[in-house]
Design a protein around this ligand. Sequence first.
Ligand code: SAM
Ligand code: SF4
Length: 322
Amino acid sequence: MLTDALGRRFYYLRLSITDVCNFRCTYCLPDGYQGKPNESFLTLPEIRQTITAFADLGTEKIRITGGEPSLRKDLPDIIAAAAQTKGIRTLAMTSNGYKLPKRIDGWVEAGLNQLNVSIDSLDPRQFASITGHDRLQEILTGLDRAAELGIKVKVNAVLMRGLNDQLSEFLGWLKHTPVTLRFIEVMETGDHSDFFKKHHMSGQSVKQQLLNEGWQPVLRAKSDGPAEEFWHPDYQGRIGLIMPYSKDFCASCNRLRVSSLGKLHLCLFSDHGLDIRPWMAAERDPAELQEKLVSLLQHKAPSHLLHEGKSGGTQNLSIIGG
Ligand code: SAM
Ligand code: SF4
């Protein structure tokens, strides 16, 4: 089992398969992807080896992320490899929803059973101005199809003061839409300190508004992640709040991250990733990778240092996938 020095257990791996993205979200890649076009991202055999090693150490949930994971042509093979690994019970993915209606059937056929799609605004013009793409309707159509196929669907919206802080549109939508909408506080990253200072708003104000309007906290299981969830008898959807700046956020940390270049990130806001790529090679014994993971995990810090204005070495979240 993957356990750190503080006794936190890690059964959830977020695996980035590419840094490349075709969107230009204002808080992430406002100028679009600027990396090297020929960067050599993890190969399918390396991915398979890594997932097997994690699963043997008790990992039950894998989230495929990026950049934009759907830009990889071999995505269905990656989904299938992860879904077929012994011990993996949940195979999730986070996507910007690009061409979702065309692609979702293939992903579900390959074994995807949970999809998170990022939708920062339900106003088409605002959505286009945040992401650089006028594709809201297409994404919503894809979400409906995902729900029809019976997989669990969640929507991520980054809370931004002055940009999308009108909750009424989201609430109206949730009345009739059975999804969980998760508001994520915008996090400070190396590239976007100024954006953060201008637009960060605390999820606590949203929480207060929800409680005032009769939303009730969902009881949390011990193994739940950091989102605080709320339900309301008049609404089909639920709301989750992810508030990394709140007290004790890191106490329930249950996830590890591997970047698309084969670096283990013990925290989203570590100073740097730890290179495990040599151990990911398919020719090596997976037990060697397991040993490496167990020993590196002992260095996991108790908490991030965001409160002190230290956002670590992560320049933007497209590099390790949020
Ligand atoms: N491209 C995919 C997408 O947007 O869903 C997957 C990668 S993206 C980095 C994963 C999640 O991180 C998205 O929900 C995105 O909104 C969120 N994200 C990116 N930068 C962020 C930031 N600075 N603060 C909070 N969330 C952020
Ligand atoms: Fe791309 Fe996702 Fe970053 Fe938006 S948040 S630019 S979709 S990686």
